[in-house]
Design a protein around this ligand. Sequence first.
Ligand SMILES: Cc1cc2nc3c(=O)[nH]c(=O)nc-3n(C[C@H](O)[C@H](O)[C@H](O)COP(=O)(O)OP(=O)(O)OC[C@H]3O[C@@H](n4cnc5c(N)ncnc54)[C@H](O)[C@@H]3O)c2cc1C
Length: 302
Amino acid sequence: MTGDQKEKLKNLLEESEVLFDEPMKLHTTFRIGGNAECFVRIQNIEELSALVEFCRREDLPFFFMGKGSNLLVSDNGIAGVVATFGDGMSDIIVKDDMIIAEGGASLSAVASHALQKGLTGFEFAAGIPGSVGGAVRMNAGAYGGEMSQVVGWVRVLTPDGNIKTILGAHLEFGYRTSILKDVPYIVLSCGIQLMPGDEKQIRITMLELGARRREKQPLEYPSAGSTFKRPEGYFAGKLIEEAGCRGLSVGGAKVSEKHCGFIINENDATAKDVSQLIEEVRKRVYENSGILLEPEIIFMGE
Ligand SMILES: Cc1cc2nc3c(=O)[nH]c(=O)nc-3n(C[C@H](O)[C@H](O)[C@H](O)COP(=O)(O)OP(=O)(O)OC[C@H]3O[C@@H](n4cnc5c(N)ncnc54)[C@H](O)[C@@H]3O)c2cc1C
C-alpha cells in the first residue's frame, strides 16, 4: 500500500477507525496473527461502500471479518485492508417477534434482547462469541439450534456496491456454511424471527447451556472454538481422542485435554504451530479411523 493510498483511506473514512500495521492477534479469539497492513472499524454503510469501491479501484486486497472468533490469521499478516464493524454497525431493535440486528451486533447482545422481550428460539446462540454477520456466514449453531432456523432475511452489500435483501430461504444454509461462503456479500443487518415464549424458561435454558459450555469447553484458553467440522455420524472430538491426540502439541498450540475438538493457544502459539497441529491431527485420525477431518476454522492471510 502506498503512502498516497494510506492518506486517501484516512480521508475517506473519517468516521471510522483506520489503523496501519495492526496486530491481528488483538482482533482474534485465538490471539494469533501477524499485522494487517490496514485495519478498519466501520461505523456506517456509506463508509463501507466507499471503502469497497476504493479497494476495487486501487486494486487493494479487501477482507471483511466479524469478531474474529472463527479465524486463524497467518503469522505473516494480511496485505491490504481488513475491515470489521464497530459499535455504529451493531444496533439491535425489536419489532414484534422479530429482532433486527446490524451485522456487527454480538450474538450475546441479541440473545439478551430476546430474553428481555420474552422471545424464544435464540437461546442456542447466547454463548457463541461471534457477530450476527459472521454467524449468518457460518450458519453458526449449537445444542440443536442454528442460524438457518431463525434468519428471516438479511440485507447485504454486494461487491458492486448495491444493497439488497435476501430471504433466509435463499441463503443456501448447510452445516456451518451458507451462500456467503462463495458470494462475497457483506451482511449489514439481519431479521431474526423468533416466537413469544416464557421469559423465565428462556433464562433457565440460557443459563443451562452456558453452564454446559463452561463445563465442557476450554474457555479459559484462547481458541477459535471447534477446530474441525463434525463428520456425519461421528464427533470430531471423540475421533481425535481415539487417535491418541488428547494433549498433543506443536509449539504453543495444543489439543485441549478438556475437549479434544478444540485446539487451544496454550502458550503464545503461532499460526504455523496451529496449522501443523491441525495437519498432524488429521493424519492421525485418518490413519486410525479412515475419516478425514475438515477444518471448520477459516484461514486468513498468506
Ligand atoms: C469459545 C468458542 C466457542 C464457539 N462455539 C461455537 C458454537 O457453539 N457454534 C458455532 O457455530 N461456532 C462456535 N464458535 C465459532 C464462532 O464463534 C462462529 O463461527 C461465529 O459465527 C463467527 O462469527 P465472527 O463474527 O467471529 O466471524 P469471524 O470469525 O470474524 O469470520 C468468520 C467468517 O464470517 C465472515 N463474516 C464475518 N462478518 C461478516 C459479515 N458481516 N458479512 C459477511 N461475512 C462475514 C468472515 O469473512 C469469515 O469468512 C466458537 C468460537 C469460540 C472461540
